[in-house]
Ligand binder design. Sequence first.
Ligand code: T46
Length: 142
Amino acid sequence: MLLKQILPNCALHSNRVNGDNRGSLIAIEAEREVPFKIERVYFVYDTQPGVERGFHAHRSLEQWLICVTGSCVIAVDDGRTRHEAVLDTPEKALYIGPGLWREMHDFSPGAVLAVIASARFDESDYIRDYDRFLAIARGEQT
Ligand code: T46
């Protein structure tokens, strides 16, 4: 369920929870819970205090981020405005579409960030220079 539209290409969702007296279970199915075909899953964990990650955008990749344990903050930027989303429960998911700069910070000790992605790893899909990202976002570069 949509919780908050952050940018046209980025939104905070709630994951549907199957809960009973044994605990809780969240299931993620391609093209149902996530709006794309799942091609890859990766985990960011064992982050050290004060560490910041990300600092890039993707040309075409779509991702669905869930902090399955602990918490972290994800900043997203479309070249005009910057927003921050706090992921502090597996019941929240952040969708990030193409063309958005992202930075991750404030990882709690033991945090595990799970990322579901629409494509396999491809370094050529990354824009790792912020000025280049801005030029692309303004349509001045490809
Ligand atoms: C993103 C944020 C949320 C691989 O070999 N395969 C992979 O699937 C990934 C994701 C990374 N790598 C390699 C590339 C680097 O040598 O692992 C190393 C660390 O990757 P990176 O510095 O890009 O990690 P983060 O945490 O800054 O960014 C990652 C994703 O790369 C990125 O797509 O959106 O998480």
